[in-house]
Design a protein around this ligand. Structure first.
Ligand SMILES: [Zn+2]
Length: 1095
């Protein structure tokens, strides 16, 4: 549907001269379609990925009061079928087939949808770098982007909100919410919202749950689907949408496509959402103090000021003047002063825009144990500091520094991945930036606006704030519970005498001399020259430019990104940290003490785009410095000196040790799916310690022990350096000299370097390691089911694994998450660590791990069939998708540096691994893959080697009611029938279910469904059985494998004839296994020496 009339009458305005980074070779065009949809088109001739994002100016602030979460639920449901592509997973299948993926999020005032996929139908390996630069018109059939845009666009033109997907998606929303319930970030954020003005939409509960989106509305007699459609009708409109499309095609081609598809989105001329009234915090909520109890052992103090939104101040960003000073960490800062008193560990400050019309300014302080006792004094110090800044007019030199840094950062900004680019820009387009400043506006401060800053400062005053104190024990008399997350808290007006004290601190001109403005920042880079050359084929590996008895230096001068930046990574190899759990913990303490001592010094560098990292690993110590190369060696030298000459003060030691203890204890309260991988890796590799072992040691370590220990770690080690980026060879050698001269370690011969080995699981293994999760309130179990393939040195095996992971990616998600609704977190993929290579499936679920084992086995069986029936074309498509993914272009210097460093640090020096993978995958054929699957993966295979980690939840989820179980059965069945291209007969099923007895639902639901399938729908026996099986699975009524049910003692065997062995003693388990050979370099390193024939 095109409307040539309108276009002929007056040429469409096109904005193309956007301010952009110096090295940005993309071209841009902004247009507005006849339906008032504003579009940004981006042509990138060199991209290997295309992407689009659409942002709608409506979010959870627009939720109806009686249906919290509806905006979010609409985000989920919008993707459930369209007229043109009625198959539910048509969109995702299309994306996966073209190495793509999609995602969406709902924020307070916008909902953002995006996808990314291969930019061309051919694999990267076949297109030469020069051929890819032409931008001639592309036919729709040749571009994966066209098909994706067409599928994506339909969601906004005519979403169907298919009735039978409604319950299921609400369930998905519900499990998303359950995943967040024990997270302190979510809990405390919601508590702040809950305690704001109930008239302002900031107080909304934005995720939604089964109760708010299903049970409650139904109890009120509301038809839920109608509400969703109504919400969409009332809030979605082309004039509220911003679209960004990025592709290889020319701007004209992209414009034509966008016209053709997106002009069809209806325009309802809705106003832009804004909330000037009422206020987020009224007098009632201001000057209150709230005490909240966290799930994990964290301690913090939050001060929030009522502020404003700064949308129209984007040229001066006044709040950044305040956050720069208040959040400063250098000498004179609040943090430096309170840290010296032993009260704080960290501090952040910044403006928080909430919506057009409202904003907050927040200060967040991490407290030590002693800091908690002195939280009132900390508040007074903060007000003293604020008074100090307010005493002076806005300082132009401070803003000048910020302008310099922000301009340099923008000028040398490197490309971010396509979907991050489109999604972020679509959201930026909702803001009133001058269109030519769309790219630069959020980043760059372009002027010193004295009045705007003065005005901003007036918000930070002692009658315009509230505080929250977070701690597990203090004050202990919480008397309220937040409604959605159950966070215990107590809130009250700040006592009058304390308000008086704060006012006094603010007004009294005498204040500690330790508080003062920061010094001039010496780290702002001046030397920004880059010698750019045309390079046809960038080098794929660094060169080895020094290789003597104890030092190796690797170097690569940047030959494709041309930014004045560099990365220097230093590796001090030693086995000392890895000897025992105790040396391991002492090394971590040493690391944290060094980092703690560097906070004040490194802050200026940090805000000037130069960062360092000092870390301790099992195989040694590492130091990385990254950023503008101008002052890189200044920072590196300071870090090395701090490492060498660390002075350990008892007070600081105690603070750091206490923080580390909390960290270890809190780890057990993290999301189960974050924990499970650590257990799996521990079981796969030779050494390693879990947090409980480390914690035990930590309790008794003294400062003197660490003082005695760390010089020994530094005394003897081998040095390896990677210098990469805008650095010449001489500079790389000079940096190496600096490191050597500063640290002067004794030589450590290669025979004494750590060897990395992994366990070898023999064929027929069937191990389970079970562990009870510590959080008593968590209801989610988690399983990681791993299949061992063999050595990661085996390139062909690696290629097969990568291909299996690609082929099972969408089906596993579709089966285990969408159809069976096991839980929000479902992941399948490869596992490579040291010499281990394998395949794994991870599920976090309210269903127990034994049940999940059965579902995974079932899926793998099912996929075996899918694979054998897969067409040659689909098979080749999958190969192409992995190859594309492996050969994805490097986006920036950091990515390239990390790639080299990871291969060095892994000891493999396999710099061209991606290219080798692509070559090996190219050679694979379907019969080989079927063999491989049947051998290593199929649950029927006696050769496969399996180990699973079961993390078991202590709490039980709420029992569903009879009605819930029946409605769940209907929705599950409809989803499954649809996957089989069958339609349900709703009324007949409902009547069968309604007559069931409440007492024995577990048995009677499946028989009612069975009768429905054979009698009402007349399905053939085989089909009926399959559908029934899957429905039972979705209802949690499938069978748990007998072998697990019985436990190993009963002596039952699995279908492949193996017995389950529960690992009781991990040390014993590892001791009884054979170990692999150690990781070694894949090629002779001499080949990388300069002048070697290979380069
Ligand atoms: Zn969601």
């Amino acid at each position: 549907m095109s409307e040539p009339l309108g276009r002929e009458a007056a040429p469409r305005p096109r904005i193309e001269d956007l301010e952009r980074p110096a090295l940005d070779d993309r071209s841009y065009r902004i247009i507005t379609l006849p339906n008032q949809l504003e579009v940004l088109l981006i042509h990138d001739s060199k991209t290997d990925k295309a992407s689009a994002a659409l942002d709608v100016n409506v979010g959870s602030f627009s939720d109806a009061d009686d249906m919290p979460g509806i905006a979010h639920a609409v985000e989920h449901l919008l993707f459930m079928g369209t007229d043109k592509y009625p198959k539910e997973n048509a969109y995702n299948q299309y994306l996966t087939a073209h190495s793509g993926h999609s995602n969406a999020y709902t924020a307070s005032t916008s909902t953002n949808y995006y996808f990314e996929l291969a930019a061309s139908k051919h694999t990267n390996s076949k297109s030469s770098p020069t051929a890819s630069q032409d931008a001639s018109p592309v036919s729709k059939d040749d571009s994966p982007l066209w098909g994706a845009l067409d599928r994506f666009g339909q969601f906004f033109i005519c979403p169907l909100f298919l009735e039978d997907t409604v319950d299921r998606e609400i369930r998905a929303v519900d499990s998303e919410n359950k995943k967040n319930l024990q997270s302190d970030t979510w809990r405390l954020h919601q508590l702040n919202k809950a305690l704001s003005n109930p008239e302002h939409p900031y107080c909304h509960f934005s995720t939604g749950s089964w109760t708010t989106l299903h049970d409650d509305p139904i109890a009120r007699g509301v038809k839920i689907r109608d509400e969703f459609i109504k919400f969409h009708a009332n809030h979605y409109s082309a004039n509220r949408m911003k679209l960004v499309v990025l592709g290889k095609e020319s701007l004209d081609t992209l414009e034509g496509w966008v016209d053709e598809i997106f002009s069809q989105i209806p325009n309802k001329d809705l106003p832009r959402n804004r909330w000037d009234e009422p206020l987020v915090y009224t007098e009632e909520q201001l000057l209150t103090q709230t005490f909240a109890k966290p799930v994990t052992e964290s301690r913090s103090l939050e001060i929030t000021f009522r502020y404003r939104d700064e949308e129209n101040y984007y040229e001066s960003h006044p709040s950044r003047y305040l956050s720069h000073l208040i959040g400063h960490e250098g000498p004179g800062s609040i943090l430096a002063y309170t840290k010296a008193k032993g009260w704080t560990n960290g501090l952040g400050a910044g403006g928080q825009p909430l919506c057009p019309g409202a904003g907050l300014f927040g200060i967040s302080v991490k407290l030590t144990e002693d800091g908690l006792k002195h939280y009132k004094e900390i508040i007074k110090i903060i007000f003293q500091y604020i008074a100090m800044i307010r005493e002076k007019p806005p300082q132009e030199w401070v803003v000048d520094e910020q302008i310099r840094i922000s301009e340099v950062d923008f000028r040398f900004k490197q490309k971010s991945p396509p979907s991050r680019t489109t999604s972020a820009l679509a959201s930026v387009m909702q803001k009133p930036y001058d269109r030519k400043m769309l790219l630069s506006g959020p980043a760059v401060i372009r002027k010193f606006d004295k009045e705007a800053i003065s005005e901003a400062m007036t918000y930070l005053r002692p009658d315009n704030f509230r505080i929250v104190v977070v701690d597990q024990k203090f004050p202990g008399d919480w008397n309220a519970k937040e409604k959605w997350y159950g966070t215990e808290y107590k809130t009250e007006k700040i006592p009058e005498d304390f308000v008086v004290e704060i006012k006094h601190a603010f007004e009294d001109a005498s204040r500690p001399e330790e508080l003062h403005f920061p010094h001039k920042n010496e780290f702002i880079p001046n030397r920004l020259d880059v010698e750019k050359k045309e390079v046809e084929n960038p080098l794929k590996t660094p060169k080895l430019i020094r290789n003597d008895s104890n030092v190796r230096t690797w170097w690569k001068k940047d030959d494709q990104f041309w930014v004045p930046k560099a990365n220097v990574h230093v590796y001090f190899r030693t086995q000392m940290p890895n000897l025992t759990a105790r040396t391991n913990v002492m090394t971590s303490l040493f690391r944290d003490l060094v980092n703690d001592a560097l906070v004040e010094y490194s802050y200026d560098a940090d805000i000037s785009g130069l960062i360092y990292e000092f870390d301790a690993q099992g195989s040694g110590l590492t130091v990385s410095v990254e950023g503008y190369n101008d002052k890189l060696s200044v920072l590196l030298e300071k870090v090395l000196l701090q490492i060498r000459d660390l002075e350990i003060k008892d007070e600081r030691f105690n603070i750091i040790r206490e923080r580390m203890m909390r960290g270890y204890r809190n780890w057990d309260f993290g999301q189960p799916f974050h924990q499970v991988g650590t257990y799996s890796r521990w079981l796969r590799n030779e050494g390693g310690n879990m947090t409980d072992e480390l914690l035990e040691e930590l309790e008794t370590i003294t400062p003197q022990e660490v003082r005695d220990f760390f010089p020994q770690v530094l005394a003897q080690n081998a040095i390896e350096v990677l210098a990469h980026g805008n650095l010449y060879k001489e500079e790389a050698l000079q940096v190496t000299d600096l490191i050597e001269k500063t640290m002067r370690p004794k030589r450590l011969p290669p025979s004494q370097w750590k060897k990395r080995r992994s366990l070898i699981l023999p064929p027929g293994s069937n191990f389970i390691y079970e562990r009870k999760l510590k959080d008593p309130a968590n209801v989610n179990h988690c399983i990681e089911y791993s299949l061992y393939f063999g050595s990661s040195n085996d390139r062909e095996l690696r290629a097969k694994l990568l291909l299996i992971a690609q082929m099972t990616d969408e089906p596993a998600f579709n089966q285990l998450r969408t159809i069976e609704q096991l839980g929000y977190v479902v992941f399948s993929g490869v596992a490579f660590s040291n010499m281990w290579s394998g395949y794994r499936i991870l599920i976090q679920s309210e269903k127990d791990c034994k049940y999940l084992e059965g579902r995974i086995d079932h899926f793998l069986h099912q996929f075996e069939k899918t694979l054998s029936e897969m067409s040659e074309e689909d098979f080749e498509g999958h190969k192409r998708a992995v190859i594309n993914r492996r050969l994805e272009k490097l986006k920036n210097l950091t990515q390239e540096g990390n790639r080299f460093w990871n291969h060095m640090f892994a000891d493999t020096y396999d710099f061209t691994q991606a290219e080798n993978d692509a070559k090996s995958i190219e050679l694979l054929n379907k019969p080989q893959m079927i063999d491989c699957f049947q051998h290593y993966v199929s649950p029927a295979s006696p050769h496969r080697a399996k180990i699973a980690v079961h993390l078991v939840a202590q709490a039980k989820p709420k029992e569903p009611t009879v009605e819930e179980r029946k409605s769940h059965a209907t929705s599950a069945l409809t989803t499954i029938l649809k996957a089989e291209n069958l339609t349900a007969a709703h009324e007949k099923l409902e009547s069968r279910l309604s007559s069931l007895p409440a007492e024995s639902l577990g048995d009677s639901i499946p028989s009612a469904i069975a009768a429905h399938l054979t009698e009402d729908l007349s399905l053939e026996k085989e089909k009926a059985e399959k559908v029934l099986d899957e429905t039972k699975a979705a209802l949690g009524l499938a069978e748990t494998p007998a072998v697990l049910e019985a436990g190993e003692k009963e002596g039952k065997v699995s279908e492949n004839g193996t017995k389950v062995v529960y690992i009781e003693d991990v040390h014993g388990f590892k001791a009884a296994r054979e170990m692999s050979s150690a990781v070694v370099a894949v090629t002779n390193l001499e080949e990388f020496l300069e002048g070697s024939a290979k380069l």
